[in-house]
Ligand binder design. Structure first.
Ligand code: ADP
Ligand code: MG
Length: 725
């Protein structure tokens, strides 16, 4: 309890923020990150730390930290808050670069952002703090920006440390399935659903197609019919269903192994104990499975439909429409068990209530980039121990739970401890440009929490030099010196402009070049669409029923037709897939960017909303650099003229100058594998125009592409035509 003086109390009550205390504290209790906006003088700086203190956020095992961009604010605010709370400077303290009055008793600590930045370097998890308040974050001071970036990494790591409230018993498979982990997931879910007490099941798979296919198999095995025609009323029906569900369960349910609530770990309790206690099968011989209830997944027995045990199966992955994602948070229909088949998104980003069982295939799909060529591909690999433990933890959010790992503990032991951070796996040109604009020139010396590989740094600097964002190093000198010089090039005036756009440097360059011929609105739209990616709904998934097969066929045909329309006529067509993006966004905005329009035309609504937001943001950024541009986001944007299209193609080429490809001519065709293929300067192997491209059939002689993605072949996406002058 805080013992405030009556005068203080009275002054406090006049502050508008006091009326919001409950709302603010609820938001803070329920979210890892909260942004508070309010008028100057409304009481944010002085009162929020007190709210937190009174709610128990400041104790001996964690204090409240507040950063200020200015020293004077750190000092004076600590004094003011101490006075308001009637506490000494030993408890409400400050720390600025060279001085401070922090003690062991400090509960609230004001400091400059630079001080916290230094502390992060020593204690990355900031374990001393229960809460960090970044005051004046909107000022975007350099240190505050870097802090926000770092904290965005710290927050999920801290969650890992203390989010799991209940013990989770981990069961390993004795054997690791060689290949068919999806089938293994199916069999495991069947067993859990038939034999174990109520509680939601969360399955981790690697991708959208797998998720849908498992959903389909499970729905077939344990059908759940939403609209029952039998029965008199909903209510009776439900009661009956519940008792039926319970009865069917009582017969078969096994007792779970006892969990010791005081001592648990995510390491194996007793390897394979489920095989003894909960099941009777023996998985020693691959495929042999004597459990009478659950046959081998491929056999008739396993797929046998059992409608007495309805399972409410839902998919979950990041590209799924938000309203479908939202379904997982609602309780399942009465009498059913919830089963969510998900990708990695369920590992950290989302918390699903009521999950008691986790089934983990142990794999993850990730995008890999070739450091030299930038070609990306998605690969399925074993996940890390940290991420497997994170997955297991999802079973213990509301009560003690169980995690079934479909691989052996020996295999788990060989997992890497942590997944390598993203910065080590992707191109870093955007990051390097931002650092250069902060005048961090020798990027190789920067104390990254994990430094990117040196070749990625070199590739980034080389690209930025080629784009004109960095000043070119002097040509003279030996190779080694040149290499060194390259890693410390200062930013150029063009680079400074580019750094102010929140998009990849290639796209920023396009924006910086677009002032002429009123091309900016078009470039902004194209760049937004290229940045958001995946505008189009994928209809490649296998259909559940014949009815759906027809529906999907119809949708696919519609998308092909719309793409052709959006690609335009005459000159526009040369802009290829970028014209399709421009046309799609234009048409969608013209129609008011509604979910219905997107649904009918095969566009992803979520992507279109993001594009709209990014267009707004880029328009504001351009206006603030050249106020006379007077740009606004026009929902009724006219298609570009022929002259504008020509200029836009030059702009695109300026940003993607190294992403060019030449079609292989008939006389060069030495090997069948080069049929319809293109040659790029960087790659020895053939690349192809993606079948979804509007230029797929046309095969122009020279093209420029947004990116190459490797699947069964190397495919160019976002293709437009180049014509030799
Ligand atoms: P905000 O952070 O929302 O701009 P503050 O918490 O800094 O608001 O200030 C809330 C109110 O407390 C202000 O209206 C101001 O008058 C009063 N206040 C802040 N610091 C002092 C101080 N050192 N002495 C007297 N009053 C102060
Ligand atoms: Mg303030």
């Amino acid at each position: 309890p805080v013992d405030r003086s009556p005068e203080m109390q009275e002054a406090r009550l006049k502050l508008p923020i006091l009326a919001e205390e409950q709302v603010i504290m609820e938001a803070i209790n329920e979210n890892p990150i909260v942004i508070i906006c309010g008028e100057t003088g409304s009481g944010k700086t002085t009162q929020v730390p007190q709210f937190l203190y009174e709610a128990g956020y400041a104790s001996s095992n964690g204090i409240v930290g507040i950063t200020e961009p200015r020293r004077v604010a750190a000092v004076s605010m600590s004094q003011r808050v101490a006075r308001e709370m009637n506490l000494s400077h030993r408890e409400v303290s400050y720390q600025i670069r060279y001085e401070g009055n922090v003690t062991d008793e400090t509960k609230i600590k004001f400091m400059t952002d630079g001080v916290l930045l230094k502390e992060i370097q020593k204690d990355f998890l900031l374990s001393r703090y229960k809460v960090i308040i970044i005051d004046e974050a909107h000022e975007r001071s350099v240190y505050t920006d870097i802090l926000i970036g770092l904290l965005s990494r710290v927050v999920p790591l801290r969650e890992k440390v203390d989010a799991r409230q209940f013990p989770v018993t981990v069961h390993f498979n004795k054997r690791t399935p060689f290949d068919d982990y999806s089938g293994e997931c199916f069999r495991k879910v069947c067993k859990i659903h038939r034999m174990l007490p109520p509680g939601g099941i969360l399955v981790f798979l690697t991708g959208q197609a797998e998720v849908h296919s498992l959903c389909r198999r499970l729905r077939k095995a344990f059908p759940f019919h939403k609209n029952k025609t039998e029965g008199d009323g909903d209510k009776e029906d439900t009661v009956e269903e519940i008792s039926k569900f319970k009865k069917s369960r009582r017969k078969k349910t096994m007792t779970l192994p006892k969990i010791d609530l005081d001592s648990y770990s995510v390491m194996p309790v007793d390897e394979g104990d489920e095989d003894r206690e909960a099941e009777t099968d023996d998985e020693d011989v691959a495929g042999s499975d004597h459990d009478l209830d659950v046959g081998d997944g491929e056999s008739e027995e396993g797929e046998r439909s059992d409608s007495s045990l309805p399972l409410y199966v839902l998919p979950l992955y990041s590209l799924l429409a938000p309203e479908k994602q939202a379904k997982v948070f609602r309780p399942p229909p009465p009498g059913t068990r919830l089963c969510i088949t998900a990708t990695n998104v369920a590992e950290t980003s989302l918390t699903i209530p009521g999950i008691k069982y986790v089934v983990d295939c142990g794999k993850v799909k990730k995008r890999f980039y070739d450091k030299v060529t930038g070609v990306s591909s998605f690969r399925v690999t074993w996940t890390s121990q940290a991420s497997a433990n994170q997955r297991a933890g999802r079973a213990g959010r509301t009560e003690p739970g169980h995690c079934y790992r479909l691989y052996s503990s020996a295999v788990f032991g060989d997992f890497e401890k942590f997944s390598p951070p993203e910065i080590t796996r992707r191109p870093v040109e955007d990051l390097i440009l931002q650092m250069k604009s902060l005048n961090i020139e020798k990027t190789i010396n920067f104390p990254f929490p994990t430094p990117p590989p040196t070749d990625a740094l070199v590739a980034a600097e080389e690209l930025l030099i080629a784009l004109g964002a960095l000043q070119e190093p002097p040509k003279a000198g030996r190779l080694k010196e040149l290499q060194k010089a390259k890693l410390s090039c200062p930013i150029s005036p063009l680079g400074t402009v580019m750094a102010s756009f929140p998009v990849a440097p290639r796209y920023a360059k396009m924006l910086a070049l677009s002032r002429q011929y009123d091309c900016l609105p078009y470039t902004i739209t194209i760049v937004s669409a290229m940045t958001v990616r995946e505008l189009f709904e994928e209809f490649d998934r296998p259909a559940v029923s014949e009815e759906e097969t027809e529906k999907l066929k119809g949708k696919r045909a519609r998308v092909v037709q719309m793409r052709r329309i959006w690609a335009g006529q005459g000159a526009s067509q040369k802009l290829g897939d970028l014209m399709v993006m421009l046309g799609a966004v234009g048409a969608c905005e013209y129609a008011g960017c509604t979910p219905q329009f997107c649904e009918t035309n095969g566009l992803r609504y979520k992507a279109m909303v993001e594009i709209r937001r990014l267009r707004g943001q880029l328009t504001t950024a351009v206006n603030s650099i050249c106020p006379d541009a007077g740009l606004y986001v026009d929902p009724k944007m006219k298609p570009p003229t022929a002259a504008q299209v020509t200029y836009l193609r030059q702009i695109v080429l300026a940003g993607l100058g190294d992403h060019i490809a030449r079609r292989i001519q008939a006389e060069e065709l030495l090997d069948e594998k080069w049929k319809n293929a293109y040659k790029t300067p960087l790659l020895d192997d053939p690349v192809f125009i993606h079948p979804n491209s509007v230029l797929f059939k046309q095969l122009p002689e020279f093209v420029v592409y947004q990116e190459i993605v490797e699947t069964t072949k190397m495919y160019m996406k976002g293709v437009s035509v180049i014509e030799p002058e």
